[in-house]
Write a protein of this length. Structure first.
Length: 113
């Protein structure tokens, strides 16, 4: 069964940066699209960024220009570089693939004002 392990979260001041990583235990990761989601307290999980197998990326408006999704197929990892963080970015961040994989535990990001 494919497993996802997210890491890299933490507490950061507004305007700061964090880089999240996700390890995917899937030998066919290189042919899957990969995504990052986040879920703020009391809110639904939302898709924020995606990257196709050939590296094409997409973002939601609220993170475009601040966040960068990337992948390393040799290491079966997908990353999310987050810059200019805002308090509203506070969430638990999750990665996933397409087709869907059972969710990992996520990684908590807290941005203080």
């Amino acid at each position: 069964q494919v497993q996802l392990v997210e890491s890299g979260g933490g507490l950061v001041q507004a305007g700061g940066s964090l880089k999240l990583s996700c390890e995917v235990s899937e030998s066919l990761f290189n042919i899957r699209a990969a995504t990052w989601y986040r879920q703020a307290p009391g809110k639904e999980r939302e898709l924020i960024a995606g990257i196709t197998s050939d590296g094409t990326t997409k973002y939601i408006d609220s993170v475009r220009g601040r966040f960068t999704i990337s992948r390393d197929n040799a290491k079966n990892t997908v990353s999310l570089q987050m810059n200019s963080l805002k308090p509203e970015d506070t969430s638990v961040y999750f990665c996933n693939t397409l087709p869907f994989t059972p969710w990992g535990q996520g990684t908590q990001v807290i941005v203080s004002s």
